[in-house]
Design a binder for this molecule. Structure first.
Ligand SMILES: *Cc1c(COP(=O)(O)O)cnc(C)c1O
Length: 392
């Protein structure tokens, strides 16, 4: 496929594996094995059985009638919010934990910002009886107390990262440091980021989303292809999953939505494609927000899951080649869209997913246009934020 990485892990100019030499053996072990494992009948059976009976897949493709009426088009929601643990992230952690087991690993490490990926990782480690260590910035540990409690309840060890800004990028640095010192561990990355082959591996594990969309849409409309697919982008894993099986259908419009925070030019934003430049972050060459000295600029978004200073290399490539259209939504637009979906459809979306919803009024939708919007997660975790802004 045109959108697969080349043998060195590059999507066009983006990707690769920029890692310390001490990590070569770890990364090489995964690189040499991941495709064979994923394509094996044994993996596929275990992965699909778990997705069905543990995660609750297939997730529905729901025709949102009142939302469609409002935007005078046909809008379907891919209900990733109905997965076990409340978002798409578990598709990836279920897959990677099976790969880790096939590689004979018994200890799992992960990094987390908002704690969602930490919870999804702690969940599958409990399921498989593997030791789980999650690195998390000290500031995030304070901010995300409920998720820290969940991880602990699930038996994971949460290690605070106390360097730098004490947030996600510092947790990632700690995890990489630990990985170098403990090569027997498996580093379970939460999005389509990091050194090759992680971006491709995670995209393949999230591709189940668009695999289901194809037959579900056909069942409902007689056609597998919608006109438009919309997904929010933090690192880019739910979008990669929603786009994957449509990448080569050039007639299907792909829309990636980034978080504009207080506004793209406000200095408080996470709209990476608009503000970023080519550079290296967390082991791969991509587009990232950086200052004139190449230092990472702290991103900002009301939504913790979109508050990341880069995008995965596949998305950098989709942006550069214009295969996907990159749009963005502010905090305020996302909050409004979250309330709108709640009241039109009785579905409370995650703040991340609300960013995807927030571009609907900006699109000039046609009456016969079929849109699939990937509803990446549910909003329970964001209720406090939503309620705080209720009267604005
Ligand atoms: C983590 C998260 C995201 C952002 O991550 P991607 O890798 O870009 O998908 C989006 N939505 C929800 C609900 C999340 O938890």
């Amino acid at each position: 496929m045109k959108y697969n990485p080349d043998e060195n892990g590059y999507f066009g100019q983006f990707g690769g594996a920029f890692i310390p030499e001490l990590l070569y053996p770890n990364v090489k072990e995964i690189e040499d094995n991941y495709i064979n494992i994923i394509e094996s009948a044994e993996f596929q059976k275990e992965y699909r059985d778990l997705l069905k009976d543990y995660v609750g897949r297939p997730t529905p493709l729901y025709y949102a009638k009142r939302l469609s009426a409002k935007y005078k088009s046909h809008i379907y929601l891919k209900r990733e919010d109905l997965n076990h643990t409340g978002a798409h992230k578990v598709n990836n952690t279920v897959g990677q934990i099976l790969i880790a087991k096939k590689l004979g690993k018994t200890k799992i490490i992960a990094e987390t910002g908002a704690g969602q990926h930490g919870v999804a990782t702690a969940t599958v480690c409990a399921l498989m009886g593997l030791e789980c260590t999650v690195f998390m910035g000290e500031v995030d540990i304070e901010r995300q107390a409920p998720n820290v409690a969940r991880m602990k309840m699930l038996g994971a060890k949460v290690v605070p990262a106390t360097s730098g800004s004490k947030t996600l990028k510092d947790a990632t640095n700690e995890a990489i440091r630990y990985w170098i010192q403990n090569p027997e561990t498996f580093y379970l990355i939460g999005s389509v980021v990091g050194p090759h082959p992680h971006p491709d591996m995670v995209a393949r594990l999230q591709a189940i989303i668009s695999e289901e969309m194809r037959w579900q849409l056909k069942e409902k409309t007689g056609k597998e292809e919608p006109d438009t697919i919309i997904a929010c982008v933090g690192g880019g894993s739910n979008a990669a999953g929603a786009f994957y099986h449509y990448l080569e259908d050039e007639n299907v419009e792909l829309i990636a939505v980034e978080a504009a925070g207080l506004g793209v030019d406000s200095g408080e934003s996470a709209a990476t494609s608009q503000l970023g430049e080519v550079g290296v972050i967390h082991g791969s060459k991509t587009i990232l927000m950086q200052d004139e000295y190449g230092q990472i600029v702290e991103p900002y978004s009301i939504s913790a899951g979109l508050d990341y200073p880069g995008v995965g290399p596949l998305h950098a490539f989709l942006f550069e080649t214009k295969r996907a259209k990159f749009m963005n939504a502010t905090d305020k637009e996302a909050l409004t869209a979250g309330y709108e979906l709640s009241r039109l459809e009785g579905i409370i979306p995650a703040l991340e997913s609300s960013h995807a919803l927030a571009v609907l009024p900006k699109l000039d939708l046609k009456e016969d246009q079929v849109v699939i919007l990937n509803l990446s997660g549910r909003g329970d975790k964001d209720l406090e934020t939503f309620i705080k802004h209720l009267d604005e």
